[in-house]
Design a protein around this ligand. Structure first.
Ligand code: FES
Length: 99
């Protein structure tokens, strides 16, 4: 499923994409695109407004961090891992498998 264009996402940047009722987070980690749910697993915060360091995203609300490669939660107060999605880049298109 085409979600965005690569040109919209510079290295080190994140972006929220609303698609089909889902809120997705796209992140460009050193040229590699990662996709995950944008909503923190703790409460209703948009991770795209948090900070990105390497492949770790930090929630803007209470500071839990998640690994964007695995979805693994790294700190309290969030306890559930973040759902991640496979990504393929085809030319300038960012394709995300949402199944
Ligand atoms: S809403 Fe993300 S850590 Fe609380």
């Amino acid at each position: 499923m085409k979600i965005a264009r690569r040109g919209e996402l510079a290295p080190g940047k994140m972006k929220r994409v609303d698609h089909d009722g889902r809120r997705l987070l796209l992140a460009n980690v050193d040229g590699k695109i990662h996709a995950a749910d944008d909503t923190c697993t703790h409460e209703d915060a948009s991770l795209s407004t948090g900070s990105l360091k390497g492949d770790i995203v930090k929630c803007p609300l209470h500071g839990s961090r998640f690994n964007l490669c695995t979805g693994q939660v790294l700190d309290d107060p969030a306890e559930e891992n973040l759902r991640t999605y496979p990504v393929r880049v085809d030319g300038d298109d960012i394709l995300v498998c949402l199944d």
